[in-house]
Design a protein around this ligand. Structure first.
Ligand code: SF4
Ligand code: SF4
Ligand code: SF4
Length: 159
């Protein structure tokens, strides 16, 4: 059981919490933020970051203690982190290529996705706890392409 809970009906998909979490315990899945129990330390930073009050710390130790042994094990991050699947260099390169970073010099390491380095985001994508759409420069390029297509379509309609 995660120490915090996202109240989906209140969430507005702004993704601020993803960037705030120091242990990357909030992942993007199918467009929505979700808690990765194995990484959550219960620091509460996401709770104060959410302007929609859509994240709550579970009320009490009792609520957490009621979780099953398996779920409770998930709240100890070091053990969970050791068990994380590690991508090969080729798998990382494939994901980076999808984001538009075919060469090491393309990696901006700007931190806008919430990960300090592009390779960390790629590793999280490999792990299934993040999506390439978290990369802001990638999204901008995608938006630029869509804008050009729309412009071409509009031009074609004028002829
Ligand atoms: S900060 Fe709040 S509203 Fe934004 S994605 Fe996270 S839970 Fe949802
Ligand atoms: S409580 Fe802390 S560790 Fe857990 S999801 Fe929120 S910010 Fe991340
Ligand atoms: S936002 Fe994109 S360019 Fe910036 S660190 Fe993340 S993956 Fe790299």
């Amino acid at each position: 059981m995660p120490i915090v809970e996202i109240i989906s009906r209140a969430c507005r998909d702004c993704y601020r919490c993803l960037c705030k979490c120091p242990t990357h315990a909030i992942a993007l899945q199918e467009g929505h933020a979700r808690i990765v129990a194995a990484r959550c330390t219960g620091c509460g930073q996401c709770v104060s970051e959410c302007s929609q009050h859509a994240i709550r710390l579970r009320d009490s130790a009792a609520e957490i203690a009621n979780a099953s042994q398996t779920e409770s094990a998930g709240i100890r991050p070091p053990a969970a982190l050791i068990a994380r699947p590690q991508p090969t260099e080729a798998q990382l390169a494939e994901i980076l290529d999808r984001i538009g970073m075919a060469k090491p010099e393309d990696e901006l390491n700007c931190g806008a996705c919430g990960y300090d380095r592009c390779r960390e985001l790629a590793a999280a994508v490999f792990e299934g706890i993040a999506e390439v759409e978290l990369c802001v420069p990638f999204l901008r390029r995608q938006a630029g392409r869509i804008s050009l297509i729309l412009q071409d379509s509009a031009n074609a309609l004028c002829w």
